[in-house]
Structures are given as structure tokens and as C-alpha cells.
Design a protein around this ligand. Structure first.
Ligand code: 4NP
Length: 153
């Protein structure tokens, strides 16, 4: 099973989500991340995201930003979007119903209906990055439980 985490720049939220999810799922799962813009293509995650992950013993420093591609809709089984703008952008790139079905809002998929969006910490400070980490950690735990209990992979 292959899981793709998507945010805007692929340097803050989705790299954290990728790093967290990789620590939770067994090795036969493939987890990657991408952005909807290519502005930061080839860059490593934001230093504050790297530091926040490192504070939780997760190394995301080797990741590199890349934009989502058409091929991702075939490659991945599930595509989780960090906010509504990202979700709408990703949905607009889906080419058929099967691809459309793979896409969901990360927090709604994890059962957190109170918050629809993982807030963008890019313009914030380290506290914002830590809050995002906690939100992602809880969401990943829920999604991991769903995936493993579905027991179809
Ligand atoms: P991300 O955060 O989508 O969580 O990676 C952002 C990164 C860069 C920009 C915006 C959000 N930017 O405008 O460059």
C-alpha cells in the first residue's frame, strides 16, 4: 500500500506527516509527500520542520520537495491533503472517479471533524510547528489504525 501526504510547498506539513507516518507503519508500506506548488522543488524541508521532527527523534532532513504529478494518482492508493485549498487543487487534477476516490482531507480522514485543516506553520514560529506536529501525530495514529484494521493490505 502506498500513501501520499500533500501540502502546498512540501517543505513544512507534508514532510512532517511523511516522517511521522513512516515511523508508524510496517516497512511494506510506502509513504511519500508532495506539494501543489513547485516553488521549493529540490529543497530540503524547512529548518524548523527538521528541528521539530528531530525533537521527536524523527529524521526528515533527507527529504526533498517535489510537486505532485499525474502519475501519483496511479502510483498511490491514498492521497491525504493538509488543507481545503490543497484538497481542491489535488481533486482538480484527478482524471477519473477512481483517482478522485483516493483523495481526502487528512484531518477528516483521521476522524477529526472539528478541525478541517492542518494550519500552515510557514509564517509562524516553533510553537506553531510543534502544534502542527501534535495534530499530525494524532491524525497519523488514527489513519494507521484504520489502515491496519482494514487488514486488506
Ligand atoms: P507547507 O508550507 O505547505 O506546509 O510546506 C508552506 C511552505 C511554503 C510556502 C507556503 C506554505 N510558500 O509560500 O513558499
Amino acid at each position: 500500500m502506498k500513501i501520499l501526504m500533500v501540502c502546498l510547498g512540501n517543505i513544512c506539513r507534508s514532510p512532517l506527516a511523511e516522517g511521522i507516518m513512516k515511523t508508524m507503519l510496517p516497512g511494506n508500506f510506502f509513504v511519500d509527500s508532495a506539494g501543489t506548488i513547485s516553488m521549493h522543488e529540490g529543497e530540503h524541508p524547512d529548518k524548523r520542520a527538521i528541528k521539530t521532527a528531530a525533537n521527536h527523534h524523527i529524521d526528515i532532513s533527507n527529504q526533498k520537495s517535489r510537486p505532485i504529478t499525474k502519475a501519483d494518482f496511479d502510483t498511490f492508493d491514498k492521497i491525504y491533503c493538509m488543507d481545503i485549498e490543497v484538497y481542491e487543487d489535488v481533486i482538480s487534477k484527478a482524471q477519473n472517479e477512481e483517482q478522485h476516490q483516493k483523495v481526502s482531507l487528512f484531518l477528516s480522514a483521521s476522524g477529526n471533524y472539528k478541525n478541517a485543516e492542518v494550519p500552515d506553520p510557514y509564517w509562524g514560529d516553533m510553537k506553531d510547528f510543534e502544534d502542527v506536529f501534535q495534530l499530525l501525530n494524532r491524525g497519523c495514529e488514527e489513519i494507521k489504525n484504520q489502515i491496519l484494521s482494514a487488514n486488506t493490505f
